[in-house]
Design a protein around this ligand. Sequence first.
Ligand SMILES: *[C@@H]1O[C@H](CO)[C@@H](O)[C@H](O)[C@H]1NC(C)=O
Ligand SMILES: *[C@@H]1O[C@H](CO)[C@@H](O)[C@H](O)[C@H]1NC(C)=O
Ligand SMILES: *[C@@H]1O[C@H](CO)[C@@H](O)[C@H](O)[C@H]1NC(C)=O
Length: 181
Amino acid sequence: MNVFVLLIFIATVLSQGLDLSKFLQHDYHFTIERADVHHYDKRYMNYLQAVPFKCNRTHVALNGTLNFKINVGSELVVMVQMYRFASNEYRLFPVRFQDKFCKFLEENVAGFQRLLNCGNFVGCPVVSNTNITVCNFIPDDSKLPPLIPSGSYKVNLHGFYSDNELFVLEIYGKITRPEVK
Ligand SMILES: *[C@@H]1O[C@H](CO)[C@@H](O)[C@H](O)[C@H]1NC(C)=O
Ligand SMILES: *[C@@H]1O[C@H](CO)[C@@H](O)[C@H](O)[C@H]1NC(C)=O
Ligand SMILES: *[C@@H]1O[C@H](CO)[C@@H](O)[C@H](O)[C@H]1NC(C)=O
């Protein structure tokens, strides 16, 4: 399949009412390289921190602390926009989707349920004025959208609450495929 056909296919899959059960694949690996809090809005959040660290020779894990000033409850929306590295810069890549954070958690997209394994995050609804800590998070790449081409990516997670952007988290990582022998 050429890349153009592939991209149309991905866009079609993702635009059909975002069926998160389609986020299932065993074709590529996604590994985080680093992560940054691009910004957060102090009107809505007391605090947002992301601490990436090397947990072994090949993997980077994330620790983080979130603290919302407002009661986002189950209404926090996360919009994901991918950028692919090409010709020396990260360029807009046509993979973009959004849903409620609690839906992503329920469907275990990217292995988000692992966030419940470490730290004090106990799930939805998200509480306000409390340090929510998450730790040792490594995404489950089998729970990501299928068919994304190999390469270096920036994945921006935009947090929204009723049309207000609360934060932007930038995750840098690589998509690789096992070598075909
Ligand atoms: C590093 O940790 C990840 C996640 O726990 C694991 O999948 C991987 O096999 C580990 N790699 C090595 C070289 O230990
Ligand atoms: C919440 O987290 C921030 C940043 O890590 C820290 O400075 C603050 O002391 C923490 N507050 C509580 C109550 O743990
Ligand atoms: C990540 O969080 C875990 C659990 O709180 C802690 O043991 C570890 O030291 C943290 N790592 C970094 C690099 O902050």
